[in-house]
Design a protein around this ligand. Structure first.
Ligand code: SAH
Length: 344
């Protein structure tokens, strides 16, 4: 089955012509899918009946089913979806004063092995297709349609390493960015990576306007390698070189995520080292007090120590804030997403 949500306008264009239809049918279909957000081919009423029958035999709008939908006391919503092959993934809607942000998954599971993260516990199952990533956002937008709201930004920060699924991730960006579709501006899309240096350089060369977030989490190679195995492949120096290159190519400010793990990377000396590392780079640091993952045994940094850490960074000229936690009560916070029914 062909998933219609997986197609870029150009691809739809070629495809409808290969089915013997005029090109304008492609635009009609794209609009039905992304602007009207109908979930059946039958609902595309300006397509000839015969063509609709032909489409129904070979294509589908949706491929996944909602298994659960949980709502947090802070308004965060988390979905667990079952995909066509029985795999499951999670998607999160966060409500901020500045708008609605959606966190999408890019892989079923993850193979990066970060020791503090739930998404990697069962390893990698498979990459998602662009259509499966689009469909997550599309379902959330349909949910928001009920209250006349819209998705204003999107983060590729759910389960998986988006840079390992680069082509699908970028195709997803192009589809949701399209003016005939959801029209989510590139600057409102953030891709987060554990640090795949060649992919960061590739993204830099493509000069896209999306925001790059780097999961840094440590200032010394021995600590980072213990927390994030990928650091043994590309160390901190190499990673930061690629960040400088990214800035040089795009002029875009980079976000760094730094999970404060009690007793491991959270004292003032680390804050000073972090300032030293990032000193001459235009960036913003998001500090995330490590979130609870039952299989792991990390402790959180006390509140006043977190404040001291931020103050030290700010004093040294680094732009840093503590990420407001969302959806902790429904295991929807950073690092808590997984490929199974959530556990807390
Ligand atoms: N694989 C990509 C995308 C996932 S983004 C990446 O690593 O960037 C998810 C973010 O949550 C990452 O910054 C990740 O390091 C962070 N994270 C994972 N587990 C966490 C935890 N238990 N507490 C806080 N942040 C966590």
């Amino acid at each position: 089955m062909i998933q219609l949500l997986d197609m870029l306008p150009d691809e739809l264009d070629e495809w409808v012509q290969s089915l013997g239809q005029p090109r304008f049918r492609a635009k009609q279909i794209f609009t039905w899918l992304h602007k009207d957000r109908v979930d059946t081919i039958d609902a595309m009423t300006n397509l000839p009946q015969k063509f609709r029958e032909q489409l129904k035999a070979i294509a589908t709008v949706t491929t996944m089913k909602e298994v659960t939908r949980q709502v947090s006391t802070d308004g965060t919503v988390k979905w667990l979806w079952e995909l066509y092959d029985g795999s499951t993934i999670e998607t999160v809607l966060m409500r901020h004063d500045y708008g609605n942000s959606v966190c999408v998954s890019t892989q079923v599971g993850c193979r990066m092995g970060c020791t503090f993260c739930a998404s990697t516990l069962g390893g990698l199952v498979r990459n998602l297709s662009a259509g499966e990533v689009v469909e997550q956002l599309w379902h959330v937008q349909r949910f928001l349609d009920e209250s006349d709201e819209r998705v204003s930004s999107c983060v590729l920060m759910g389960s998986g390493e988006p840079m390992e699924n680069y082509d699908a991730a970028m195709k997803f960006v192009d589809i949701i960015n399209n003016p005939d579709g959801l029209q989510i501006g590139a600057r409102h899309i953030t891709i987060s990576t554990s640090g795949l240096v060649p992919a960061i350089r590739r993204l830099a060369d493509e000069k896209r306007q999306i925001t790059l977030a780097i999961s840094l989490h440590a200032t010394r190679d021995e600590i980072r390698s213990a927390l994030m195995p990928i650091n043994r492949r590309w160390g901190i120096d190499e990673l930061l070189d690629s960040c400088h290159y990214y800035f040089k190519q795009t002029g875009r400010r980079i976000s760094f995520e730094y999970a404060l793990v009690g007793g491991q990377n959270d004292d003032l000396q680390h804050a000073r080292e972090l300032a030293g590392l990032l000193g001459n780079l235009d960036c913003h640091v998001n500090l995330i007090p490590v979130n609870y993952v039952p299989e792991r045994n990390y402790t959180r940094t006390p509140k006043d120590q977190i404040r001291a850490f931020v103050n030290e960074l700010n004093r040294l000229g680094v732009n840093a804030t503590v990420r407001r936690e969302k959806g902790h009560d429904i295991a929807a916070a950073c690092g808590q997403l997984r490929a199974e029914q959530g556990r807390i």
